[in-house]
Design a protein around this ligand. Structure first.
Ligand code: ATP
Length: 612
């Protein structure tokens, strides 16, 4: 742990919390152009009057970047409950309801959607505190304590202290700090650049506010060169993606040159640091996950299984990637909400067949070879970094894999891969410039994410019946993993009394692990292409993929809501149309067979008319 260097302690007692509130208000109310001056002035006053340690203030100014404080386990509704108790409100009173249902707009609730404001109004009507009585240190102590207590009653006692000693306005700011959103639109880059010219670099390479404050106490002390580069076992701030709205716009941003299309993985951003046989894993926010994935070969849910992934020539390395959950039975990546459970299960059981964490790498920042040669890779073009990855690491299926990455040049290229990815495994793509450097903490045009929902032109989703399914890549021994869905065929009068269903769309993503378990337990029957059930209508074009390996009788099947970018014409499905970038949003066990969309409704929808 970092020790506070001698001589930067604060000599004077901790100033009142109201000083920090004063800064928040000034920042909120001042124009962007003057904010830097205001901040600078405020920092200097602190240095003169309190001392050289600005960390106690900085963690309140940048609460979302303070990784020292563990999570509070409190969102708006949790705070509402504790506050209701702390204020002694009747749970059914109007104000308690306003707090609990803070999102709900009502006639007399102008603040709906803004929890801190609602809280302020409720508190303001009751509080008699006109002058706050907590210091900056007191507030930090209370917040630390809040992360340590798990019981609601104990959290309640802390909030009681807050209500007794803070003005309603101060309480509103404390709640914003707990929610890690001050809503004053001041970026951390602004705060850090004013604090010290090297602060941003040091924060990007360490993710450590305390380090920044303690090692750069004043402007005359400059950072060491090593503090500006990524370092082994120090959490760096990863490069992020800009949002690309339309495919056309993204391709244009790439500027006529070939680009790299990568699958956008839906897991947790994770950096892997390896020094010899020692490993360190941490998240985008700098949270240390080594206890889960393993500090060395003998322990954890990942490290023991990936020894063979590193070439002999590599001694130390820093990799960037995404931790996802791989289910070897489904042959599928699962919803990442399951990540921690899967990791703990793997540790417990040795994880042979069960879902387990799988690290998908897409970048490399640093390497030291076995002969001791160090290479900083952040300045290298992405295409060279990718080449290095391919030459020095080996995939271990289901544990350590390369993210899918392909070259592209046109809108059609992006569209094609996006379609494939969304159908089979992922939520979108990241388009990257081959010549780009790795920019720590950056969010630049050279990494752009495209997700189908950015292109959704269809307001509503469509409720369809699952009619057949295909096994995962594991083949017939595996489990069903993609589904062909249909709508009611009301295009022709059917001869029998049975309702017929016509194939319309295939879906493969959007379901959770538990949902797959539920679906796989259904009475699936083998499907013979030549002898389809009489109620099933598929495309008459040859070689189409709208016939699964297995099917469910309609009364034993289930309905799903599917969202998509648009409806397009095709001969691949019986409907002669399908959805572009379809994703299942929800299993609808609340709906009945009568609720399934009909062909006529689909046609109306595709023509832009609404469902009746
Ligand atoms: P953001 O991370 O951009 O703030 P967000 O938290 O809402 O947005 P998403 O838009 O769902 O998250 O995803 C963006 C994140 O996806 C990236 O920051 C990164 O963690 C992750 N990601 C997944 N695949 C890749 C990839 N191939 N290259 C880079 N980042 C990727």
């Amino acid at each position: 742990a970092l020790e506070r260097p001698l001589g930067i302690g604060n000599l004077k007692p901790s100033p009142p919390f109201s000083r920090v509130v004063g800064l928040f208000e000034v920042l909120r109310d001042s124009k962007a152009a003057t904010r830097k001056d205001r901040l600078d002035h405020w920092f200097n006053i602190w240095r003169e009057n309190v001392g050289n340690d600005l960390y106690p203030a900085m963690r309140l100014i940048l609460p979302h970047k303070d990784r020292e404080r563990a999570t509070y386990g409190l969102k708006e509704s949790g705070i509402a409950k504790v506050y209701i108790a702390a204020l002694g409100l009747d749970r059914h009173s109007r104000d308690a309801t306003r707090l609990l249902k803070w999102k709900q707009p009502t006639k007399d609730n102008a603040s709906a959607g803004n929890f801190p404001n609602i809280l302020f109004e409720v508190v303001d009507a009751r509080s008699t505190v006109t002058e706050g009585n907590l210091s900056v240190d007191d507030v930090n102590d209370i917040l630390d304590e809040m992360t340590r207590t798990t019981k609601e009653a104990d959290k309640g006692k802390l909030f009681t202290r807050i209500t007794e000693k803070c003005t309603p306005d101060e309480q509103r700011w404390i709640v914003r700090i707990i929610l890690k959103d001050l809503s004053i639109a001041v970026k951390e880059s602004t705060v850090l650049s004013v604090f010290h010219p090297d602060a941003m670099d040091m924060f990007n390479t360490s993710s450590d506010l305390k380090r920044v404050c303690w090692l750069l106490p004043n402007q005359s002390k400059r950072a060491d060169a090593s503090d500006k580069q990524v370092q082994l076992f120090h959490a760096f701030q990863p490069m992020l993606c800009k949002r690309g709205k339309t495919l056309k716009e993204v391709v244009k941003t790439m500027g006529r040159q070939e680009f790299i299309m990568e699958e956008k993985l839906d897991g947790e951003r994770m950096q892997l640091h390896k020094r010899g046989n020692q490993f360190f894993y941490c998240s985008r926010k700098g949270k240390d996950y080594t206890y889960l994935y393993g500090a060395n070969i003998g322990e954890g849910a990942l490290t023991p299984y990936i020894q063979e992934a590193f070439d002999q020539r590599v001694s130390d390395v820093i990799l960037d990637g995404e931790m996802v959950v791989w289910d070897p039975n489904l042959e599928k990546y699962c919803n990442f909400g399951y990540l921690k459970t899967a990791a703990l299960d793997t540790i417990k059981t040795g994880g042979q067949d069960a879902p387990r964490p799988c690290y998908k790498i897409f970048d490399i920042l640093y390497m030291r070879s076995s002969s001791g040669k160090e290479t900083m890779m952040t300045e290298m073009p992405l295409k060279n970094r990718q080449k290095t990855i391919k030459s020095l690491f080996y995939e271990i299926p289901g544990r350590f894999e390369f993210a899918i990455s392909r070259p592209g040049k046109t809108v059609q290229d992006v569209e094609k891969l996006l379609h494939e990815i969304v159908e089979s495994r992922g939520e979108g793509l990241v388009i990257k410039t081959p010549s780009s450097k790795y920019i720590l903490g950056g969010r630049e045009n050279c990494w752009m994410k495209v997700k189908p929902e950015y292109m959704d032109n269809m307001g509503e989703s469509v409720d369809v019946l699952v009619i057949s399914a295909n096994y995962g890549k594991g083949g017939r021994g595996g489990k069903v993993s993609t589904f062909i869905c249909g709508v009611v065929d009301d295009s022709t009068k059917s001869s029998g009394s049975d309702t017929r269903y016509m194939s319309f769309v295939r879906i493969g993503t959007g379901l959770t692990f538990a949902e797959y378990e539920w679906i796989n337990a259904k009475p699936w029957k083998p499907l013979d292409r030549k002898r389809l059930p009489s109620w099933m209508r598929v495309s008459t074009a040859s070689g189409t993929e709208d016939v699964g390996d297995v099917y469910l009788e309609p009364h034993e099947s289930f309905i799903v809501s599917v969202k998509a970018a648009a409806i397009t014409a095709t001969d691949q499905y019986a409907c002669q149309m399908t959805m572009r970038f379809p994703r299942c949003t929800r299993i609808r066990d609340d709906l009945k067979l009568e609720d399934v969309f009909t062909y006529t409704e689909l046609v109306a929808m595709s023509l832009g008319k609404r469902k009746a």
